[in-house]
Design a protein around this ligand. Sequence first.
Ligand SMILES: Nc1ncnc2c1ncn2[C@@H]1O[C@H](COP(=O)(O)OP(=O)(O)OP(=O)(O)O)[C@@H](O)[C@H]1O
Length: 616
Amino acid sequence: MAHPHGSAPPKSQRLGLREFLGVFQYSRRAVELVWTTSRLLTVIIAALTLIGGLMPAAAAWVGQKIVDAVVEGAAISAQGGVPDLQLAMGWVALEGGIMVVLSAVQKGLNVCQSLLRAMLGHRVNVLILEKALTLQLSHFEDSEFYDKLTRARREASSRPLSLVNRTFGLVQNGISLISYAALLLAFSPWAVLVLVIGGLPSFMVEAKFSGEAFRLFRWRSPEARKQMYLETVLAREDYAKEVKLYGLGPLLLQRYREIFQLVFSEDRKLTLRRGAWGFGLGLLSTAAFYGAYAWIAFAAVQGTISLGEMTMYLLVFRQGQSAVSASLSSIGGMYEDNLYLSNLYEYLDQGIEAEAGTAIEGPRPGEGVRFENVSFTYPGAKTPALSKIDLHLVPGKSLALVGENGSGKTTLIKLLTRLYEPTEGRILLDGLELSEWDPQHLRTRVGVIFQDFARYQMLVGENVGAGDVDHFSDEQRWREAAELGMADDFVQDMPAGYQTQLGRWFKDGRELSGGQWQKIALSRAFMRSQADILVLDEPTAAMDAEAEATVFEHVRNLTADRMAILISHRFSTVRSADHIVVLDHGQVIEQGDHTGLMANGGRYARLFTLQAEGYR
Ligand SMILES: Nc1ncnc2c1ncn2[C@@H]1O[C@H](COP(=O)(O)OP(=O)(O)OP(=O)(O)O)[C@@H](O)[C@H]1O
């Protein structure tokens, strides 16, 4: 949720019972997730939980038997008789046995839970990433959606297991509690009531504050994202150069600190209030316990119960009380887990418009690409980035787009590659609208490099191979593409040739120059040998003039029956295109070939002459 920096977090709302229960809607999905992650581990955990639940009451009962046997034995000894030693020793041995089982159960639970935790964390991360693959570019550019993604990634992976553990914990404590109650009932039903009611106040506090903590977490997720971003800028190699030279470090670090202060001051308030209330209401539980203690001791003094029974009741009452508070805090924790899971599921359930097209050919093959009255406005933007564009790109021809920064050239390519849909008008390939094409097939027909192409910290060869996933690791194809993209020569000279690691993140990683990276990106586009539309968005800006000339020679040779779209600010390159389109503020203001446009004496002619003069 976007909010102006520094605004106060939302006030806590009163939590009605319905709202409280409604929040548990994700429990079923979380249990399902855990169950499908590992049935075996889930079953073992459930079984151990049940066994673990019965053990404490059994131990308390045996404890009573020990004390009574000892008291009885002592009385016999006092009267000069011979007590039955074996009986008391037998009970002690049994209690020892129960403790061994209990500790085995607890260890087993820990082991299973850590295994399941690792598996589940991985599973949830994969779910999150799989979903990310289905998202559209516009999602990544939407800050509110990005918050959802960040929140899901930060908290969600540990929550399903925690929820399931707490559910089991609740069952376990429930079983213990029932067995304690059964023992305690013999003393007095009222004692059972005191036991249960004593735990309620602390529970109310937990429920109230976990809701508040969650609202705080949601409120500050844009802050958390800013902090993550600053961490990236301050600690990553690709920013280090500028941060150092411009001395940005202290300023950015100060920002980082300020965000922490803002977030921490809210956290501190909440933590203090939570602690104070927890302590105050916790006193009630202590009072309930000592009230019951006095009552039980009184009964023993009066002789209504034996010493053994008194020991057992006290133990049962104390443990019962912790079972009550553990159960209630399990419920509170489940509530909290559910709140955090709502983030995960909100993100996973985000509706994605299906890319519905299925066509793999159009009615007029060979017609090429047509833009018909195409307009486009970015989500949230006030003015259109493109308006009323009409264009026809014919196979075998090349098209150059020129225009000032921000005139809409890259946007036009984003529409052609279906990263965005036109807000108005339509784009046709072979006579069929782009949205009706099978998206996979459409992608194989277009090879594109953007000016901000990705620099993967992988092998040089893989950086080329990325252009065609089917041949991602095919060294022969890497070479062919790299020759066309002018990268082969310098790659051969690298220490491990095509197997050289790029980037500084990993061992022995090499860095490339700007022009070399561009050659890699160009080669990547040449990997798309099936593509009949080749789009180069300022591909040669960092290359030297000779390399640029050769690359265009290659593009021209390739485009016998293909289409090439070229964006460039270098008119020496642009002039060789068959058709030139001049964009200004999202509109086509001139088009034609170089000679025609020069003869026109319009914007193109002016810009061309200006640049040509610069070279004289
Ligand atoms: N993701 C985006 N969201 C909102 N507006 C955008 C986005 N990308 C670009 N714009 C806006 O759309 C307009 C056209 O941008 P575009 O990137 O198409 O220009 P360009 O002609 O390729 O510029 P350049 O020569 O600088 O590469 C600009 O005003 C820009 O601010």
